[in-house]
Ligand binder design. Structure first.
Ligand code: GLY
Length: 342
């Protein structure tokens, strides 16, 4: 695992804040070797520090006898309910039309079942709608108006299409856009929650939820609801989830790749690192992909990795619940990458 010193971390963080669209939020970084943490299932891991309360809720569900899917759903609902979270749930940053469009998916290792929704607005809990798609329809994915009609008929809780705070920010953004039309390409951070559950018996589950790229083109869908990209669960192996620039995760089927690397015998942490190396080697963006992965396997091992400075993720089991810093990868670690064929 490439070590990131605190000094490197701070200087790379500064770069991330000025030069990248997605980056770590907290300066206090710890980077223990996940193998030393003695995590025992039930085990939950999720992206970003805001995943910790979601993990805690998921663990509580499991400890009172709830199912793996209940744990994923209830955990992610905590993040979706946070009005101050600007990138998950209806507190999220809206699209260019000022409407929050949410993406989510859920997957069960047992039965290899999945459900997904994309570009849904006006409902508080897309993770629950995704689960309902999985459990009550013969489809896997519903989008846009169809997904909203499905959610309305099923009686899911509604909410505003944009929060007052984000509406005010969007109005300022619209003015700025008009003033500097050429500033396209800049967009605010967005941090998905991907949450993975390993039950005590080795069964694996996962979910993902986001409001996606801030001020995106209406109808844009990222990696989070796309199975194999933002999330993948394989009960024979383990699970992986992603956060970062969805367009870059999708072009490489990132979470599927991480799971397949674990199938070949890699530790989850090394699988996340190797997936990013492979992506960066062939991609013109190299290590500027702004992608991050978490992963766990059936044996209860876990890990994470990201481009640049890496990112922070939350790990929870009965003996501890804490936020860890993942390793990050840059071309300084393995030399120039990025492919050169047109
Ligand atoms: N990773 C979330 C998104 O790009 O929408």
């Amino acid at each position: 695992m490439p070590a990131v010193t605190r000094r490197q971390f701070v200087s790379r963080s500064a770069l991330a804040v000025t030069g990248a669209s997605v980056g770590p939020r907290l300066a206090a970084a710890t980077q223990p070797d996940p193998a030393e943490l003695q995590a025992r299932p039930p085990l939950i891991i999720s992206t970003w520090p805001f995943g910790k309360p979601a993990n805690d809720a998921a663990l509580a569900v499991l400890l009172r006898g709830g199912s793996g899917l209940d744990a994923v759903e209830q955990g992610i609902r905590v993040t979706e309910s946070d009005p101050d979270n600007a990138s998950v749930g209806l507190g999220g940053i809206p699209n260019a039309d000022g409407v929050v469009q949410l993406d989510a998916c859920i997957m069960s290792g047992p039965g290899h079942r999945a459900g997904s929704v994309a570009a849904v607005s006006g409902f508080r809990h897309p993770i629950s709608i995704a689960r309902r798609v999985m459990e009550t329809t013969r489809h896997v994915m519903l989008v846009g108006e169809g997904a909203e009609a499905f959610a309305a008929e099923a009686g899911f809780e509604r909410g505003p299409r944009v929060s007052p705070k984000q509406k005010a920010a969007w109005q300022r953004w619209k003015k700025e856009q008009a003033a500097q039309a050429k500033a396209a390409g800049k967009h605010p951070n967005h941090d998905t929650i991907a949450l993975l559950v390993l039950r005590a018996d080795g069964a694996v589950f996962g979910g993902c939820s986001t409001s996606g790229w801030g001020y995106k083109i209406p109808g844009r869908v990222g990696d989070s609801p796309i199975l194999g990209s933002g999330l993948y669960v394989d009960d024979e192996v383990g699970a992986a989830g992603a956060t970062g620039v969805g367009e870059n995760v999708m072009r490489h089927c990132g979470s599927f790749l991480v799971v397949e690397l674990m199938r070949q015998g890699l530790h989850p942490q090394e699988a996340c690192l190797e997936a990013i190396r492979r992506m960066a080697r062939k991609d013109p963006l190299g290590f500027n992909l702004s992608v991050n992965f978490i992963a766990l396997d059936r044996q209860g091992r876990f890990g994470a990795a990201g481009t640049g400075t890496g990112f922070q993720y939350a790990v929870t089991c009965e003996s501890f619940s804490r936020v860890l810093q993942s390793p990050g990868l840059t071309s300084a670690d393995i030399g120039p990458v990025g492919g050169n064929r047109k």
